[in-house]
Ligand binder design. Structure first.
Ligand code: CA
Length: 231
């Protein structure tokens, strides 16, 4: 299931920029320009996360966050606040009101998307269907199958584990050693270049679907799985 993010922001430029980045990352974006619109959108369909600007016309983002935390329906919905530089001191009151994370303006959309995904992962650690979806790829955990869109992909067992790890830990660089720990279970007899071999195989597996570009080499550091292809 595609995750739905409600953006509550009155500045169209920021709203559109964020919506574009979310769509690119395979997330669904819904807009609201103020607290009233936000509440209508929430009643219409409960989002998986709310991205809430601190400075809104009328009721502030903080007041809205407090109210959302008090309501049964929205108590569990994660909230990331957007704050302007200089408002960091207000974080304490935000955290007390139950906000999950903060992003300070101006922000990179790449960082914002990574934070959104991290919060969604943290708050919904086990997808109810055991399905992980990112950047056009879908792993059906219980069935042990991988799809590019609707097309099943044939994948080796190690590449499967590697891909599963990447999809659940995107937008972060992992060294070969860290990947060995996470994917191979820290088997000391496996050499680091084994990682390179399986990365190559994984790319080859994804290549017919045009998705290999998400498996990125970070020179001198390791590998990263990213849906942001411009960095
Ligand atoms: Ca604003």
């Amino acid at each position: 299931m595609q995750k739905r993010v409600l953006i509550v922001e009155d500045e169209p430029a920021i709203r559109d920029m964020v919506a574009f980045a979310l769509a690119k990352a395979g997330l669904q974006a819904v807009h609201a320009a103020d607290a009233r619109e936000a509440e209508h959108a929430i009643v219409d369909q409960l989002p998986d996360l709310i991205l809430l600007d601190w400075m809104l016309p009328g009721q502030s983002g903080l007041e809205l966050a407090r109210r959302l935390r008090r309501q049964e329906l929205t108590r569990e919905v994660p909230i990331i606040m957007l704050t302007a530089r200089g408002e960091e001191g207000d974080r304490v009151s935000g955290l007390e009101s139950g906000v999950d994370d903060y992003v300070v303006k101006p922000f990179s959309t790449r960082e914002l998307v990574a934070r959104i995904k991290a919060v969604i992962r943290r708050t919904q650690p086990e997808d109810e269907e055991g399905v992980v979806e990112l950047g056009g790829l879908r792993i059906d955990g219980p069935a042990h199958r991988v799809f590019a869109g609707e097309t099943p992909i044939h994948i080796g067992p190690t590449e499967y584990r590697l891909l599963y790890f990447f999809l659940t830990h995107p937008e972060r660089v992992y060294s070969r050693g860290q990947l060995l720990d996470h994917v191979w279970g820290g088997n000391v007899y496996v050499e680091e270049r084994t990682v390179d071999v399986h990365i190559r195989r994984l790319r080859k597996t994804l290549e017919p679907h045009g998705l290999e570009v998400m498996v990125q080499t970070v020179r001198g550091a390791g590998y990263r799985f990213s849906t942001a292809l411009d960095g």
